[in-house]
Design a protein around this ligand. Sequence first.
Ligand SMILES: CC(=O)CC(=O)SCCNC(=O)CCNC(=O)[C@H](O)C(C)(C)COP(=O)(O)OP(=O)(O)OC[C@H]1O[C@@H](n2cnc3c(N)ncnc32)[C@H](O)[C@@H]1OP(=O)(O)O
Length: 403
Amino acid sequence: MGLTGNAAIVGAAQYKPEKYQSAPQMFHLEQVADLARLALRDAGMSIKELDGLVIHGPQFHEASIFVPAMAAEYLGIELNFAEVVDLGGCTSVGMIWRAAAAVEMGLCEAVLCVIPARMAPFGPNDDPMWMAQAMRYGGHSTAFGAPEAEFDLPYGHLGQNTGYAMIAQRYAAKYGYDPEVMAKIAVDQRFNAQGHQDAIFRGSELTVEQVLASKMVADPLHILEIVMPVAGGAAVIVTSKEKAAKAKNRPAFVTGFGERLSYKSPSYANEMTVTPLAQAASKAFAMAGVRPEDMDAAQLYDCYTITVLLSLEDAGFCPKGEGMRFIREHNLTYKGDFPLNTHGGQLSFGQSASAGGMSQVIEAFDQIAGRGGERQLARADQIFVSGTGGVMSEQGALILQGG
Ligand SMILES: CC(=O)CC(=O)SCCNC(=O)CCNC(=O)[C@H](O)C(C)(C)COP(=O)(O)OP(=O)(O)OC[C@H]1O[C@@H](n2cnc3c(N)ncnc32)[C@H](O)[C@@H]1OP(=O)(O)O
């Protein structure tokens, strides 16, 4: 049951992360078209070959319904498969497996997965204040009737920072917490970012002391353990094995996936320190017929350092409660014995809304395709990718393997 490895990523493109103030504003459809052009060029394919579209829809305030049909019309293509994915930071991983499954089912042959994440010019019905706030406190709905508006927000649980801090506090109470070890995650990833020409924090290396001396945002999370929101956008082409055989790049076959959605707010979790990634990852490994120790690298969603710690444990790279020891004992850089987030992760490459997780998918593809430049791993045949939405509540796992 599941994928049989007959669909692959063959091309990708992403905008260089930029601060919102300096990034160009583009209408979302314009971004879709531009990203599609860049990803197709990378794959060596023509737009006429596309017959599937997976799109991230919520930001389309130009039109809130029929988003895939509107985008297809704008691209001038007809579709055999269309899907909107809205899973926050789990969107990217969710898009890739849905595209691969659709290809394997024979619904379509080539799918564009696309997330526009630059700001669009404000329209007459947009409220710039609300949008600025939504961008800042991304994860929480303040909408009338939303459970978090009633039970979380009045207690100061605004958006993601406080939710992840709460999980970190619970972890600390249960298993202990060494701030230096947590800072090492950010430091090793910042080292990796020096090897990626598009990383927003290329050119500024980091030490454990700097992380620990940086502003405390939500105890125990320092600002340098938290992602900085940036403008961006990404697109990936997933196609059939037959088409992949003719592709320009070495394909990354999608051989396993898992997805698990749980509570949206950690306040409702039975046990905050165990995330739904445990189920998602074990399904993905079983489907691909591989184990965590077979992986050449892990690209783990990293909105916060605590996300990385929990993901390492729940994906099965080390037992529960032993993440600190694992991080202390391993060099997580691309030069090390456990290459993790080899592009710098979102902490150091940059986090653009919902497209941030696609940077992890694209880095896995780049490594498998052998175009990682100075950060290229000697062996990159099997890579694990995770996606995290909400406050550890939406989890996705992918296994990508070179052909
Ligand atoms: C979405 C999902 O489903 C799952 C997820 O990914 S959850 C995560 C979603 N993302 C978020 O919630 C965003 C988290 N980040 C933040 O809220 C903010 O960055 C923050 C509150 C941590 C800091 O904001 P702030 O204190 O107002 O910083 P601000 O005054 O804007 O900037 C101060 C400086 O620090 C920098 N900075 C801001 N945030 C930074 C960060 N996280 N890391 C490093 N530098 C940062 C700024 O660039 C600025 O530098 P300059 O003065 O040189 O321009």
